[in-house]
Ligand binder design. Sequence first.
Ligand code: DAH
Length: 343
Amino acid sequence: MGNELESLKEKIEREAQGIKNQADLLKFKEKFLSRKKGEISLLFKKIPSLDPEMRSSFGMEINRLKKIGEKLLNEAEERIKGEKRSSIISERIPDPTLPGKKKIHGSIHPIARTSYEIEEIFLRMGYDIEEGPDVETEFFNFEALNIPKYHPAREQQDTFYIREDLLLRTHTSPVQIRAMRKRKPPIRVIAPGRVFRRDEPDPTHTPMFYQVEGLVVDKGINFSHLKGTLEIFSKSLFGKLTKVRFRPSYFPFTEPSAEVDISCPICGGKNPNCRICGGTGWIEILGAGMVHPKVLMAGGIDPEIYSGFAFGLGVDRTFLIKSQLLDIRYYYENRVEFLEQFR
Ligand code: DAH
C-alpha cells in the first residue's frame, strides 16, 4: 500500500511540474483532485476494504497526499500567472528599469514658416500659388527672361548644370513664364520655392535658398500698382510703421526695374550701430519692376494689350531680418537646439 501511495505522489509531482497553461491546470485538477473520479479520491474508497488498524493511518496518508496535490496545483497556478505577467512586461517594456522615452514633437522650419506667412499675405490679396520645378531648363531660367547666352547677368547666377540645357534654377522667375503660358490674364500669382547658386556659404549666402516670386499681368497694370502692392505687403509682414523705398536698378526681365528697401523694423534708423541695417535705417528686401515686353512675349502674352509687374523676394533674408540673426547658415545646419527657439 505504501508503495502505491509513494508512486502516486511521484506521479503528482511530475505532472505538476509539466503544467504550462490553464488547460493543463484543469486537467491536473480533474485527474488527481476531482471529488468523484480523482485518483486521490478513489483511494478513499479503498479504506473500507483495509484491515481496521490500517484504516486511520492510510486515511491520514491520503489526506497528506491530497494536501500535497492541492499545494502543487496552487503553486502551478501562481507560476503560470507570473509567467504571463512577466511576458506582458517583457513584450512591452524591454527593460522596465530604463528611463522612459520622451516623445519629441516636430515643428515647422522657420524658413518654411516665413514662406507661409508671405504666401498668406498674397493669398489674402487674391493671388494664386504657382509652382515650378527645381530642375529647370536653361530656356525658362534664362532665355525666356531676356538673359541670352552671353549676357553678363548669367555670371551672377552661376549654378549647377545637369546637362548643358538643364540646371538647378537660380531664381523663381522662370515660374513667371510657366504661369503666363498656363493661364490667361488677369494673372495674379506668387511662386514660392527653392533656388540654387554656385555660392560659397558665408553669413549671408548659402548655395540653396528660398524665394517668393510675384507676377501680375492684366490690362492697364502700371508701376503704381506695384508700389501699392509692395507697400501693403511690407506693412503686413514687418509692421504698420514700415516705410518702403524704391531705388532704380536693373534686371534683364523688367523695365523699369527697382530694388526695394524697407525701413529698419529693428531700430527704425535710430541706432547707428544697428546690426541689421548697419545704421543706414534701410534694408533691401526684394527686386521688382514692370515685366519686360520680351518676357511677356515669351509667356505668350501680347505686350501691346497687356502689361504687368513682377517681384522676387528672399525668404531667408526676410527671416534673418525678423529674427535679427546675423548668420544665415544656422538655419540649414538643422540643429534642434537652434531651431527650437523659433517654434
Ligand atoms: N530673380 C531675381 C533674383 O533672383 C529677383 C527679381 C528681381 C525677381 C526683379 C523679379 C523682379 O520678379 O522683377 O535676383
